[in-house]
Write a protein that binds this ligand. Structure first.
Ligand SMILES: NC(=O)c1ccc[n+]([C@@H]2O[C@H](COP(=O)([O-])OP(=O)(O)OC[C@H]3O[C@@H](n4cnc5c(N)ncnc54)[C@H](OP(=O)(O)O)[C@@H]3O)[C@@H](O)[C@H]2O)c1
Length: 357
């Protein structure tokens, strides 16, 4: 795709933690260019560099720094939108954009479990995009979502096991990074030297979303996977990277060596499709006694690989391990960009000749 045919992306919630990650990751993207940015009334009308409290380690890309933040109304000059909107407004705003003919690639929870909305991880369930056909909207508008950031780490780690042996029970305890709470997030006096054993709504998402993601497309419906998940979610004082201690029960008997081999040999259905944001491996199994650690692994492979370590037999279920996912990259903006790339390849997303008036 040449620069002349770049597909123009708008970013809803461009000033937030996820919105900023979109801007960082889309800089120099071979297919997409940022043509519009929008956020709340607080930010609208300001230059992006004034409106956003930039938390990235690099500078704000020059082209975006000078752009004016717009309101989140469905008249943005772009071919589709990424959404990093707060869930208090995402449901309504994303619906309005889709109704107005915009493809919406969302990070928010609001539409994830709707029967006609794909909940998508390209390497896990690319065929679920067929649900788009069920969204009765005028024009080319639709909504595609990516899962909760902890769900992404869990499901990417479960996928090789589920394909090889069937997963039927999961117990997961998370240690979730501060950037997962958005900006400004958790007050420093609450989290410094502390662990908070509660993240509102998070445990429910870990229980329900894996069933849809690992479910089977049956005609135009998803038949949920029969997996029971018990989740404990904790906020810890780490900047980026959610760690998850996972125990799994398998439907078929397997040895430790077979489980390790399933992680190492997993080949995703989108391998070889040439998606620019697709990492060399969805999951990498590590041998080090004390791996993975956020500081050492979270940025590797562009933040798009899920790192698995400490694989061993479990005294209660069958096997246990630790997984690490970059919450704002694989768990949010990077995952959404990869979703958009898959939609391009599948013919659902393109540069529209006539822009919405
Ligand atoms: N952080 C993560 O790791 C992560 C991972 C996966 C999914 N998510 C989901 O992604 C979404 C964004 O998360 P975040 O962490 O980036 O949150 P955040 O830092 O709080 O950013 C929220 C964004 O929403 C905008 N916004 C708030 N109220 C609005 C309104 N009334 N109208 C229009 N825009 C409004 C904000 O604009 P202003 O700056 O102008 O207020 C800001 O751009 C959430 O739905 C979250 O659950 C987050």
């Amino acid at each position: 795709m040449s620069a002349n045919t770049a597909i123009r992306a708008g970013i809803l919630g461009a000033t937030g933690a996820v919105g900023q990650k979109f801007i960082e990751l889309l800089e120099g993207h071979p297919w997409f260019t940022v043509s519009a940015i929008a956020a709340s009334e607080r930010s609208a009308g300001k230059r992006y560099s004034e409106a956003a409290n930039w938390i990235g380690s690099g500078a704000i890309p020059k082209t975006v720094a000078a752009m004016t933040v717009e309101r989140c109304t469905p008249d943005l000059d772009c071919d589709f939108v990424f959404s990093g909107l707060d869930s208090s407004v995402a449901g309504e705003v994303e619906g309005a954009f889709a109704d107005a003919g915009y493809p919406v690639i969302s990070n928010a929870r609001n539409h994830r479990m709707a029967a006609s909305v794909p909940l998508l991880i390209p390497e896990v369930n690319p065929e679920h995009t067929a649900l788009i056909e069920k969204q009765a909207r005028a024009g080319e508008g639709y909504i595609v979502t990516n899962p909760n950031c902890s769900t992404v780490g869990l499901v990417c780690a479960l996928k090789p096991l589920h394909d090889a042996f069937g997963v039927d029970k999961v117990i997961v305890s998370t240690m979730q990074a501060l950037s997962g709470a958005g900006y400004p997030g958790v007050a420093s006096l609450d989290i410094e030297g502390n662990v908070i054993p509660y993240i509102g709504g998070e445990e429910d998402k870990l229980v329900t979303e894996p069933r849809k993601l690992l479910g089977r497309l049956d005609g135009s419906e998803i038949e949920p996977a029969e997996i029971v998940v018990s989740a404990h979610c904790n906020r810890v004082s780490v900047r980026d990277g959610h760690m998850e201690c996972v125990s799994v029960g398998l439907a078929q008997k397997a040895t430790l060596a077979q489980v390790a081999a399933s992680f190492r040999s997993y080949c995703s259905p989108v391998t070889g499709m040439g998606l620019p944001t697709c990492p060399p491996s969805l999951v990498e199994l590590l041998d080090g006694d004390a791996d993975p650690q956020p500081r050492r692994f979270v940025e590797r492979n562009g933040g798009m690989t899920v790192w698995v370590g400490r694989l061993r037999e479990c005294e209660v279920l069958d096997f246990k391990f630790v997984a690490l996912v970059h919450n704002t990259v694989r768990g949010a903006a990077g995952g959404a960009i990869l979703n958009a790339e898959l939609l391009v390849k599948q013919g659902y997303l393109n540069a529209r000749k006539a822009h919405i008036a």
